[in-house]
Design a protein around this ligand. Structure first.
Ligand code: HEM
Ligand SMILES: *[C@@H]1O[C@H](CO)[C@@H](O)[C@H](O)[C@H]1NC(C)=O
Ligand SMILES: *[C@@H]1O[C@H](CO)[C@@H](O)[C@H](O)[C@H]1NC(C)=O
Ligand SMILES: CC(=O)N[C@H]1CO[C@H](CO)[C@@H](O)[C@@H]1O
Length: 336
């Protein structure tokens, strides 16, 4: 009897955990060596200094939030979260940010990280790593546009390697299949659920025409337009991105219904064929991911809980501590 009710409870707990009804505990997901109070003595105002810079920058350019999130994500997937994406190329090294796939990484996102680090150097020189700045600033920006707030673990060191050649294969592409995406995320220690929740980052931000052109022109032998896309939406996209003469600088919102709000509309859009990238739309169609899309579309709190948990996990990928890294003085160049 006791045995039966225990397994029943366990099954229920698992079910609730799956669907995000158990409040997450951050401690379950930290990487060794990181802590919440890492700068308590050395730079007690670190969070406030970053927050001031970030909120100022956001009032100047709303696109900062999406830009920063995408750069943070790319940084963590290539060499781990170590600010390697901020390094500028030199005569002898083509750096990560100059990989072909990086061409579209947004200037405002870079700018906010550099600005926050410069503000910190005035008050606590040489103390706070660029990678911690990225994690805190991204959290703050998302919170300012409507995401829940979470505590950021600190103590990451900045990486000593940044190579464009390390990018390909480590960053997902919009034409990949669900199983290809799943195996990439899995290789970074992220589950299918994490992947679906993090894709909700596309509730803000923009994409360039070339990232979805193949869905709206000569899709395949049978269909001119991807039949999984809403027809009016496809027509609107065609108007903004004419086949032969599209403007390489034009960007369109990833979330067509509420582009400026961090909400679960990304998922409700997918249910209606309003996903912009193929990699978005297929999440609502593939049996492996469809259930997660539906539960996040149905309940924004479920999305928020899974998103926060997955962001904390994302922020711990390949983290360097101790002598495996440095505290860069200028986020754009290695110390020596
Ligand atoms: C699942 C696989 C993913 C694919 C294939 C993908 C692909 C893309 C592409 C092609 C763009 C448009 C780039 C451009 O044209 O400028 C984009 C934008 C963006 N992505 Fe993803 N992404 C994925 C997952 C993620 C994740 C996990 C995050 C963060 C948690 C994220 C955050 C963003 C943001 C915020 C933007 C907008 C950037 C801006 O406004 O400048 N993406 N993504
Ligand atoms: C990190 O996780 C371990 C257990 O996995 C826990 O003992 C420790 O308290 C956590 N540290 C922080 C700062 O959450
Ligand atoms: C075109 O795409 C649709 C939808 O993905 C698919 O069902 C169909 O089999 C494809 N046709 C060809 C010729 O590949
Ligand atoms: C090669 C290249 O143009 N890389 C770009 C990567 O993204 C940043 C930010 O927009 C640009 O400054 C780089 O030039």
């Amino acid at each position: 009897m006791a045995k039966v009710s225990f397994s029943l409870l366990f099954a229920l707990y698992f079910l609730f955990l799956q669907w995000g009804l158990v409040p997450y505990t951050a401690t379950a997901y930290n990487a060794s060596g990181l802590s919440y109070d890492f700068y308590e003595k050395s730079c007690p105002n670190v969070e406030r200094i970053i927050h001031n810079v970030v909120s100022q920058k956001l009032t100047e350019a709303f696109s900062t939030a999406g830009g920063a999130l995408r750069i943070f994500f790319h940084d963590c997937f290539v060499e781990g979260c170590d600010a390697s994406v901020l390094i500028a190329s030199s005569k002898t090294n083509k750096a990560e940010r100059d990989a072909e796939i990086n061409l579209s990484l947004p200037g405002d996102g870079y700018e906010v990280f550099f600005r926050a680090k410069r503000a910190l150097e005035l008050q606590c020189p040489g103390i706070v790593s660029c990678t911690d700045v990225m994690a805190i600033a991204t959290r703050d920006l998302l919170n300012l546009v409507g995401a829940p707030r979470w505590e950021v673990l600190k103590g990451r060191k900045d990486g000593l390697v940044s190579k464009a050649s390390r990018v390909t294969g480590n960053i997902p592409e919009p034409t990949q299949t669900v199983s290809e995406l799943i195996s990439l995320f899995k290789s970074k220690g992220l589950s299918v659920l994490d992947m679906v929740a993090l894709s909700g980052g596309h509730t803000i931000g923009f994409s360039h025409c070339d990232q979805f052109m193949s869905r709206i022109y000569s899709f395949n032998e049978t269909f001119d337009i991807d039949p999984t896309m809403d027809k009016d939406y496809a027509q609107m996209l065609q108007e903004s991105c004419p086949e032969k003469t599209f403007d390489r600088n034009i960007v369109l919102p990833n979330d067509v219904s509420t582009p400026q709000a961090f909400d679960n509309a990304y998922y409700t859009n997918l249910q209606k064929g309003l996903g912009l990238l193929s990699s978005d739309q297929i999440l609502a169609l593939d049996p492996t991911t469809q259930g997660y899309v539906n539960s996040m579309a149905e309940n924004q709190q479920v999305f928020f809980r899974h998103f926060v948990r997955a962001m904390i996990k994302l922020g711990e990928i390949g983290v360097k501590t101790g002598s495996n890294g440095e505290i860069r003085q200028d986020c754009g160049v290695f110390n020596s």
